[in-house]
Design a protein around this ligand. Sequence first.
Ligand code: HEM
Length: 466
Amino acid sequence: MEIMYLLLVLISMLCCLFGVLYFYLTQVYVYWKKRGVPFLEPSFPVGNALEMILAKRTTGDVYRDFYRKLSGYKFAGLYQIHRPVLLLMDPDLIKNILIRDFGHFQDHGFPFDETVDPLGANLFMLNGDKWKTLRSKLSPTFTSGRLKMMFQLLVECGQELQKCFAEPANREDILDIREVLARFTTDVIASFAFGIQCNCLSNPDAEFRRWGRKWVEPSFNQKLRDILYFMMPRLAIALGIGNIPYDVSKFFMKVAYETVEYHERNNVTRKDFMQLLIQLKNQGCLDADNQDNGNGQTPLPIHAMLAYYTFCERISGASIHVLSAGFETSAATMSFSLYELALNPGIQDRLRDEIDTVMKNHGGSVTYEGIQEMKYLDKIISETLRKYPPLPTLHRECTKRYEIPETNVVLEKGIQVVIPTLGIHYDPQYFPKPEVFDPERFSEEEKNKRHHYTYLPFGEGPRACI
Ligand code: HEM
């Protein structure tokens, strides 16, 4: 009798909870309708997010479908569970939000808590003034002059990659190109950003690669974490769930601390990014920047700097689509380029001719200047990034009340805005026969014909890829 009573109480409580949730969400689901914004009909209790939650398709594909369904509108509303999200489709409006009215959309809108996510304070995740300060400190480290200075590190890793290819090629063996390239980009990032040689190419089980793999390998836990974080970041944080597994964060933090310590203790000077960051930490600015803006520069707090060291690793991942800066983005781009070259032998031959000619002109060496001369290679990479942008959506959060130009629609502070990059890249009005891999879409003539804001693999504006 007592059990029956308890069961009844439990069922009543569940019914009440369901009722409250239903009432709450039905109130939320009129948000766009009330504002006269076209929207996709949401379903209780997940809004328009069912496919993303079930993880049957990638977020990029789901947003590409939204874009297609809503074609003809300049913008439209969606619901990510309980969160109203505005999808932008008009290139002029996209330009306004990314550039002209950037002051209203400065943040990416991914909240984090450093106690849960020690690496949270990185450039991608930071908001407001903290982002502005760190961006202004780090931007000078990415000038073409400084990248040129570090180019030799890339060439050295490239030589290792060549060895990795040679043996299986001679044996006409099969190679898991995705894995080899992930090891290559891990070597590059480790050398470039951490100033260490981790030899992942020659040793697939190197510690650096093991932790990197642990981070990106899709597992049930990882998927759950990603979905919760992407859909309801504040709830995820409240539950103590960070965006990166804690032990992975700890490993990369430890490596960064030890490397800084080693460099400083032994007065190591190496032409790498780590050296520039150490300079930033100690002086607040880089040597050459003193003349330009040496006024009032203060040293970077160590945690902000270290968060950046690991940033390139942090934002990799098989995660739904969130942050991918260093090795995942680059490894994915190279893998997809090679895939398309395999499918298109004519393009492959033309590229090989270009590479042979340029190399001959540069005494058989891979040089920074030589790479700049490879115009056809550039078109191939651009077309790869059109078909396979590693970040298939761009995100901004409205940080100040915003009236969408030429409409009565007002966006309140806190509203998430999403640009469906992949959807736009496959829109036949901008890229006819979008499934076809055609590097000539990126000839100067074709580029000039298109609206600039229809091709966004690196984002745009002050918050674009560094
Ligand atoms: C094929 C390679 C890459 C692609 C396609 C790519 C793409 C992107 C995209 C789409 C964003 C967001 C931009 C926006 O919101 O407007 C971004 C941000 C960023 N990327 Fe990349 N990225 C690549 C490689 C890299 C690498 C190698 C690094 C660093 C070594 C890097 C560093 C960053 C940083 C620091 C941000 C955050 C910028 C900020 O919020 O201020 N990316 N990237």
